[in-house]
Design a protein around this ligand. Structure first.
Ligand code: B1H
Length: 831
């Protein structure tokens, strides 16, 4: 067995390596029919599309299995240092095409299915993507595990198998309505569950001290309830390199022992309630992005998955005779934001309480086994847990955190003698407004390294969020700029561009993305530019067809495609985009501009709002109302159009991004940690209009100022304006176009005369405007005029677009993984 205790193989029939089915059309068809007939239990002639999808997926999976088993065998043999990525989210996207690409089976399977009378596209469309993440943070985790496998790095991803992923978004009268994401309903062919390798995790109860057999005083935790974590393995194939890594996601179920105790007490309903308590833990993904909910269930989720993961790694992945004092030579746990930070006291608890290690030795080990990535700058997004809640749910962990803090504060007082304020500011425990644990501080104290996700973000993290820590431990802080996987976001998403690239520079660029540089000279080649434009045009045709079939949306032909897709958040400033659209609309309907003088543009939005985020939902409503009005106004004549397809997800992104001309990355400077959509657009030949924020800064530096439309305040200018007192109404009063746009919205022109419906938005813009939409308005409009000018010259535009592709190779997640390996993990790829 690959996972769990090994079996002695007694029969010669069972000896020898596991072999994959032959990579031929016949080989696949045989495997497929086997899965269909014996797995699904249907004849081909009677099979449903779902049967066909499940059987194809399982057939494809069986090609990966031998490699997966071999990857693990080698790992057991070499015991190389591994990376364990701990993340509460993995926004994987569809698996089918990715598995085909990794195995090189795309054509074989297409032909095999065709031989059975099945259209592969129909099968593809049957897959519901596992939406086990909210946005950039979850998608980043998915890109990273892809890159680790593709670079032949020994790595394992740990997370939660949510029964319901990110909600399905629908619009009712323009307002967001959430539907549960029932992604598991029709079967989940990509996972392998191992209930026999389940892990038990405790909650609640109390701690007690006792004297062990050697007369040593020890502490133990006596939980008052527990749940069982069942691992579900997902295969993470490297890109055509024979490695298949593991993503292990945990689902929670009730334990028998716990239930039995209650059953025996005769309280049936209490027993069922216990069952519900357990199963709730992995029930649903919290749909907040960038602002955590301090709910008890969320802390339960966090502890549940990290406790399962640490136990799994120590007890199943490591050999039974492993010398635990050597743990740092074998593993580094990378903490994806603070969500898994409770793993730090958990490892301490396991080492000290369960394994009898001395505190100081355990702490020295723990400090080498964790590294922490911060993904935010917004103060409200930094997770804190009230000590009352933490102590109730995890009493032993709270004690451990207190001791870590005591020893840390002693160190602070030694480093900054007499500075009690410093000690209070740096304390892991905050006293106001409520005694609570600052998870980012805990991660910084315990972690070997702390990194931000783009240069600007890492700098602000050091200077603004954790200045005292970076003064105390400057060498702890580093940057790793995010990246995206070119396999999914170029090769799979944009096959036409991929073919053009390969035809031009040859193969090999997909796992050596800096090679896109070789395209640079072709920016001057009229023939190449024409081919490049053809690719873009074909991708637009593909998008039009999809949106028509998916949502009944009919996009105009031959317009600039101006795209803003990301979570709905005030700091990302979808409202600034709305103001631009409204201003253009106003120019037309007021007769200030002739419609023929307006560059035809189709604006596409994609955005989910956290269900409890009122303002975000109001903004969604406004966008839908503006879309309705603009699209149906005969004076506009279809030259401006707004499309807001519901339920933006990875699958839609893969068709939308390759079709885009213009990428909107317009957050207020200093608020977007990095962004990763920005990278996907640049790599697919869209030009960016953006602020100097997050990774935009690096995109602009790489592609060049001429090929990037920069606008807006810089981060220091934002600070300055804030300090001297920002008055949004001053901008409203002094800028006519802005005033007209806001007045038009306020008049109810887009809401059928209903002014109340837009009251909250207008009021906030004029009297609060925390993210300085009005301050950046003029600069944004001027940048959009530069966009129109460039677009009017197709050769100039294509030249810039090609240079965006050629110069964005840096944003491969392979490069990000190399940076993590060099700066943080100190592991290297296998040969
Ligand atoms: C990012 C989150 C996030 N930053 C809390 N923070 C969550 C915070 O469920 N929660 O409570 C969920 C997600 N997500 C994003 O991370 C940043 O906003 C992006 O700028 C960045 O590109 C991305 C990946 O680093």
């Amino acid at each position: 067995a690959s996972y769990g205790p090994e079996l002695p193989v007694t029969s010669p029939l069972a000896l020898g390596p596991v072999v994959s089915p032959p990579h031929t059309v016949e080989g696949f068809v045989k495997e497929f029919l086997h899965e269909l007939n014996y797995g699904q239990g249907v004849a081909l002639s009677r099979s449903s599309v779902n049967d066909q999808y499940l059987a194809s997926a399982r057939a494809v999976r069986s090609y990966l299995m031998a490699q997966w088993l071999e990857t693990q065998r080698r790992q057991r043999e070499t015991q190389a240092k591994s990376v364990a990525y701990l993340s509460a989210e993995y926004l994987l996207g569809r698996q089918f095409d990715n598995a085909l690409l990794a195995t090189g089976l795309t054509d074989t399977v297409e032909k095999g299915l065709a031989a059975c009378g099945i259209d592969i596209d129909v099968v593809r469309a049957q897959e519901i993507e596992p939406g086990l993440g909210n946005g950039g943070l979850g998608r980043l985790a998915a890109c990273f595990v892809d890159s680790l496998a593709s670079m032949n790095v020994s790595a394992i991803g740990y997370g939660i198998r949510y029964e319901f992923g990110i909600f399905r978004q629908t619009f009712v009268d323009g307002r967001q309505v959430e539907q549960p994401d029932t992604w598991l309903d029709l079967g989940s062919p990509w996972e392998v569950a191992h209930p026999e390798n389940s892990v038990q995790v405790g909650f609640g109860g109390r701690t007690e001290t006792y004297t062990d057999d050697d007369g040593v005083e020890r502490t133990r935790w006596i939980p008052d309830s527990n749940v069982k974590g069942i691992p579900h393995n997902y295969l993470v194939p490297g890109y055509q390199n024979g490695r298949v890594n593991t993503l292990r996601l945990w689902s929670a179920v009730a334990t028998q022992s716990f239930d039995l105790a209650i059953f025996n007490s005769g309280d049936y309903t209490a027993a069922v309630r216990a069952q519900t308590f357990a199963e709730n833990i992995s029930k649903v993904l919290y749909p907040e992005d960038s602002t955590p909910q301090g709910r008890e269930l969320r802390l339960q989720q966090q502890y549940f998955f990290v406790a399962c993961s640490i136990s799994d790694f120590l007890n199943y992945v490591l050999p039974a005779d492993f010398d635990i004092t050597k743990l740092p030579e074998r593993i580094i746990f990378q903490l994806n934001d603070t969500h898994p930070v409770i793993a730090i006291p958990e490892l301490m608890r396991v080492l000290v309480d369960d394994r009898g290690m001395a505190w100081d030795e355990a702490w020295a080990i723990t400090q080498q086994c964790f590294a922490y990535t911060c993904h935010t700058l917004l103060p409200e997004a930094l997770e804190v847990w009230p000590t009352e809640l933490l102590g109730k749910l995890l009493p032993r962990h709270l004690e451990i955190i207190y001791r870590i803090n005591d020893e840390f504060l002693a160190e602070v007082r030694k480093t900054f003698p007499g500075d009690e304020l410093k000690a209070r500011n740096m304390s892991i425990i905050a006293e106001y407004p409520e005694r609570s644990v600052r998870m980012a501080y805990l991660a910084t104290v315990a972690g070997a390294k702390v990194n931000g996700v783009a240069e600007l973000h890492s700098q602000l993290l050091r200077d603004k969020v954790l200045p005292d820590f970076s003064a105390m431990w400057p060498e702890k802080f580093t940057n790793v700029t995010n990246g995206v996987t070119p396999r999914r976001f170029i090769k799979l998403a944009n096959p036409l561009l991929s073919t053009l690239i390969t035809d031009t520079i040859g193969v090999g660029w997909l796992n050596d993305l800096e090679r896109l540089r070789e395209l640079e000279p072709y920016a001057e080649d009229p023939e190449f530019r024409a081919s490049f434009r053809e690719v873009k045009a074909a991708n637009k045709v593909r998008l039009r067809a999809l949106l028509e079939q998916r949502d009944g949306l009919v996009l105009p032909e031959d317009a600039m495609l101006d795209v803003m897709v990301k979570r709905l958040h005030e700091y990302k400033r979808q409202l600034l985009k709305v103001l631009h659209i409204v201003a253009l609309y106003d120019l037309v309907v007021s007769g200030q501009a002739k419609i023929e003088d307006i560059t035809p543009r189709t604006f596409v939005f994609g955005a989910k709002a956290a269900p409890g985020y009122r303002m975000a939902k109001e903004i969604i409503h406004l966008i839908n109302r503006v879309a309705e009005t603009v699209n149906n106004d005969p004076r506009v004549d279809g030259r401006l159009a707004v499309a807001f397809p519901p339920n933006y997800n990875v699958t839609l992104a893969e068709t939308l991004i390759p079709a885009a001309d213009l990428s909107e990355q317009i957050s207020l400077a200093g608020k977007e940690a990095s962004g990763t959509g920005n990278m996907k657009f640049a790599l697919n030949g869209a030009l960016t209009i953006g602020t100097d924020d997050g990774a935009n800064v690096e995109i602009r530096q790489l592609v060049g100022d001429d090929n990037f439309f920069l606008f807006g305040l810089s981060e220091p200018q934002v600070e300055e304006l804030q300090a001297k007192g920002y008055r949004p109404s001053a901008f409203y009063e002094s800028n006519e176009s802005l005033r007209r746009a806001i007045d038009l919205i306020a008049s109810g022109a887009f809401t059928g005369g209903d002014r109340e419906a837009v009251g909250p938005i207008v009021g906030d813009l004029l009297y609060n405007d925390r993210f300085m939409v009005l301050a950046d308005y003029q600069s944004y409009i001027e940048a959009q005029e530069r966009v129109d000018e460039r677009y009017a010259d197709p050769d100039a535009w294509s030249r810039s677009a090609i240079l965006n592709v050629a110069r964005s190779g840096f944003f491969s997640s392979d490069r990000a993984m190399t940076d993590y390996m060099d700066r943080i993990w100190h592991v290297s790829p296998r040969r």
